[in-house]
Design a protein around this ligand. Structure first.
Ligand code: MLZ
Length: 462
């Protein structure tokens, strides 16, 4: 069935053609629908697709060849147009009326050629037979597999613990309100409702995000959690009218086991870390506290508030913490504490001055993985500073497992480092597939507007 493109006129096909860019292939994104099956989806495949170039009133189909792939989207050309690309069209393989070869025969649908080419060839049957020799097509159960892979263990009314967006050093209990494509809108249990019933504080994240946890997680690992303000009445909100149910560990991503015995991270150790509030910066940082189950509280050196409110929880296996010297050896500018100078800073001197030791390199998860991303590839990526927004983006750099993402049309100060297996990056066409709204690149007139400092409000000012 066709679905309306919710993306306010943005056209991925045109955007890719204009910038003559590649899109990252679906098989790069392990957490997305049909990732595993996508290896076999390639240029040259043939499909039966709705024929829109006909005056007939009934739905008829025709065979088309995949000319180009961009994430879930394919540029198709009806058979018979040969080398004439003027009628090529982009469609989303996940949702368009497209089927494997043979589908029409099995489902008693008519194959009728487009009107423009009907005249050129009088006898279609032998022509088609010749064109289809040795052709490969999409799997018979393509759409069934697609539907299966979109299932999600969360629904409205499930309670979780999630980072408090107004104070990132603590978690807060929240209730799932909406689920779109595995992304959850979470409403803090004591968010409060405005005069017209609107939620005053919410948070969006993917169900596999490292920022959400089952109920009781904070107490179990020793993380600070905000006590829910019981005086706030949320009962008139639909998500709270459900029978609330606590999430459990099995609904969450399993993290890789880390061994904490004999030489683990220790309080005071230095490292390099992605600044959780400025994801384009990798900074000089310290371990502040070691929690249970391999979790650490980390803070950025030189900008501490002193009360721990700027500490941030990273798992020891997180891509966001890196050994000292990582930036230098990978030619990434290291963000230094105020008062230090790029020209003279060395880790050796700094450690001596601080009387601190560097966290041993072997404790970090810097495995190099064959991820398939390359600079210049387009994708859809969450602006993690406003995690409601999934935006048109480009891979700017690849360093080990890290990707530096640039948001098309925005200043580089919005760039963000993410892991190649981050659940917050998606193939081109993912928004259209899941019905999530895509933020198109902004025009030049908005280019110089700086990001507002984030506040604890549910209204995302974009
Ligand atoms: N309203 C915000 C949105 C920024 C979103 C950028 N996404 C890449 C601003 O204009 O600062």
């Amino acid at each position: 069935a066709f679905r309306k493109d919710a993306n306010s006129g943005f056209n991925w096909g045109l955007h890719l053609e204009k910038h003559s860019c590649l899109a990252a292939p679906v098989s790069c994104f392990r957490h997305v629908p049909l990732c595993a099956q996508w290896e076999d989806i390639e240029v040259g495949l043939q499909v039966e697709v709705l024929n829109t170039r006909t005056a007939l009133l009934t739905k008829v189909y025709w065979i088309a060849t995949v000319i180009r792939l961009a994430g879930y989207k394919a540029l198709l050309r009806y058979i018979g147009f040969e080398d004439d690309g003027s009628y090529d069209f982009w469609c989303n393989l996940g949702i368009a009326d497209v089927h494997p070869i043979g589908w029409c025969a099995v489902n008693s649908k008519l194959l009728v050629p487009p009107q423009e080419i009907n005249k050129r060839i009088s006898d279609w049957k032998p022509y088609l037979r010749q064109k289809l020799v040795g052709a490969s097509t999409i799997p018979v159960d393509f759409h069934v597999m697609m539907a299966d892979s979109m299932k999600c263990p969360f629904r409205q009314g499930v309670r979780v613990e999630v980072v408090d967006r107004s104070l990132v050093s603590r978690t807060r209990t929240a209730v799932v309100d909406t689920v779109i494509g595995g992304r959850l809108r979470l409403i803090y249990e004591d968010a409060g409702l405005g005069a017209s019933g609107e939620v005053l504080s919410d948070f969006w994240c993917h169900m596999l995000s490292p920022l959400i946890h089952p109920i009781n997680w904070s107490v179990r690992v020793g993380h600070l959690i905000k006590e829910t303000d019981k005086s706030v009445d949320m009962s008139s909100h639909p998500a709270f009218r459900k029978v609330l149910c606590d999430s459990v560990q099995s609904q969450f991503k399993k993290l890789r086991t880390v061994y904490m015995e004999g030489g683990f991270f220790k309080e005071g150790m230095k490292l390099e870390a992605i600044d959780p509030l400025n994801l384009g910066n990798i900074c000089v940082a310290s371990v502040r506290k070691v929690l249970f189950d391999g979790y650490l509280m980390v803070s950025i050196d030189g900008v501490e508030t002193g009360d721990g409110s700027d500490w941030f929880c990273y798992h020891a296996s997180s891509h966001a913490i890196l050994p000292t010297g990582y930036c230098r050896s990978n030619d990434i500018p290291l963000t230094l504490p105020p008062g230090y100078d790029q020209a003279t800073f060395t880790w050796t001197k700094y450690l001596k001055e601080m009387g601190a030791e560097a966290a041993p390199r072997r404790l970090f998860n810097t495995d190099v993985v064959e991820h398939g991303f390359a600079p210049g590839m387009k994708l859809e990526a969450v602006d993690l500073m406003e995690p409601l927004l999934v935006c048109v983006a480009t891979v700017q750099r690849c360093v080990g497992r890290l990707l530096l993402l640039h948001f098309d049309g925005w200043e580089s100060e919005f760039d963000q480092w993410v892991d190649c297996e981050s659940p917050d990056i998606y193939p081109v066409g993912w928004c259209e597939l899941t019905g999530y709204q895509l933020q198109p690149p902004i025009g030049p007139e908005r280019k110089y507007i700086k990001r507002k400092t984030s506040d604890d409000s549910s209204k995302t000012s974009a």
